[in-house]
Design a protein around this ligand. Structure first.
Ligand code: PAF
Length: 281
C-alpha cells in the first residue's frame, strides 16, 4: 500500500490507475480503524480494482472542541490494518493540505440536516459535506462506501452527490457490531470499563423497539425508550426518533410513511454513541 499526504500526488496516482481502465473504490474515514471500516474496504475490494482509503480527522465537522481533541488517532496501527485488508492507497493529508484557507461553503440540504444529529451538532453536516465533496473531487472514485450506523450522514452524502452531480455511486454497508451487539465505532475505545459493559443496552433497546413496532404506537415506543434510559443513571438519552428513511421526517403514526428507521443518540459519561434499526422498508 502506498501512503500519500498531498492532493497532487493522489490525483496523479489515481489518474494513472484510471488510464489503465481500472475502477476506484473509496472508503473515507477519520482513522482509529475498526472492523466496521475494514468491512467497508472488503466490500470495496469486491467491486473495484483499486481501493483508496482516506484518514483525515476533519476539524470543521466537530462542533465540540473537546470531542476533536479526544478523537482517537492511531495512524501506525491503522496503516497495519489497511495493509492487511489489501488497501492500495492511503490518502492521509494534513489540515493545511486540505484547508490552506478556511472553506466557508454553506450547503443547503433542506430539512435533512436540521433533525437528529443536525439538531444536536450544529454545523456538523456542513463540515462533513465540505470534506466529503473535497475528497470526492480529489479521489474521483467510481464507488464510495459508507456504514449504515451513520445513517443520516449517508442520506446527506447521497443528497450531496445528487445536488452537485458528482458521478460516484454511494454504497451503503450494514453496521458491523461487537458480539454483544454494540455498533462498532472509533468512539467505543473512549468508554470506561463500566460504560462499555452497559453500552449494549442501546442496541438491545432498539431491537425491543422493532419487536414492539408491530403493535405499539409511536408515542408508546418513545415513552418506552425514554423509560429504559431513565433506569440507567450512567446513560443519558439525547434523542430517539422514528423517521422516514428517505426524507428523515419524523413519523407520528405508522400510516405516515412506507419506510421507517429508529435512530438514537446516547451519552455514556462524556462519550456520545449513535445507532439505528430499520423498522420497515
Ligand atoms: O464518517 C466519518 O468517518 C466521517 O464523517 C467522514 C465521512 C470520513 C467525513 O469526515
Amino acid at each position: 500500500m502506498k501512503t500519500v499526504n498531498t492532493i497532487s500526488e493522489t490525483r496523479d496516482l489515481i489518474n494513472s490507475i484510471k488510464i489503465q481502465g481500472k475502477t476506484v473504490g473509496f472508503v473515507p474515514t477519520m482513522g482509529a480503524l475498526h472492523d466496521g471500516h475494514i468491512t467497508l474496504i472488503r466490500e470495496a475490494r469486491k467491486e473495484n480494482n483499486f481501493i483508496v482509503c482516506s484518514i483525515f480527522v476533519n476539524p470543521i465537522q466537530f462542533n465540540n472542541p473537546n470531542d476533536l481533541k479526544n478523537y482517537p488517532r492511531e495512524i501506525e496501527k491503522d496503516i497495519k490494518k489497511l495493509v492487511e485488508a489489501k488497501c492500495d492507497l492511503l490518502f492521509h493529508p494534513s489540515v493545511e493540505e486540505m484547508y490552506p484557507e478556511p472553506d466557508n461553503t454553506i450547503f443547503d440540504f433542506g430539512d435533512l440536516d436540521k433533525v437528529m444529529e443536525g439538531a444536536f451538532r450544529p454545523g456538523h453536516f456542513n463540515g462533513v459535506a465540505v470534506v466529503v465533496k473535497k475528497l470526492f473531487e480529489i479521489v474521483t472514485p467510481h464507488r464510495a462506501y459508507f456504514g449504515m450506523k451513520d445513517y443520516q450522514q449517508l442520506v446527506i452524502i447521497h443528497q450531496l452527490t445528487k445536488d452537485y452531480e458528482i458521478p460516484v455511486e454511494i454504497v451503503p454497508c450494514t453496521t458491523v457490531r461487537e458480539k454483544d451487539g454494540l455498533a462498532m465505532s472509533s468512539r467505543n475505545q473512549l468508554l470506561s470499563k463500566s460504560e462499555r459493559k452497559i453500552a449494549p443496552i442501546i442496541y438491545e433497546t432498539l431491537k425491543l423497539v422493532k419487536v414492539q413496532s408491530g403493535y405499539a404506537t409511536i408515542s408508546e415506543l418513545k415513552d418506552f425508550v425514554h423509560d429504559q434510559f431513565r433506569k440507567h443513571k450512567n446513560m443519558k438519552l439525547e434523542y430517539f426518533e422514528i423517521v422516514d428513511m428517505y426524507t428523515l421526517k419524523s413519523i407520528r403514526t405508522w400510516a405516515d410513511s412506507r419506510t421507517a428507521i429508529a435512530c438514537i443518540a446516547v451519552y455514556l459519561g462524556n462519550v456520545r454513541l449513535i445507532d439505528n434499526i430499520i423498522l420497515f422498508s
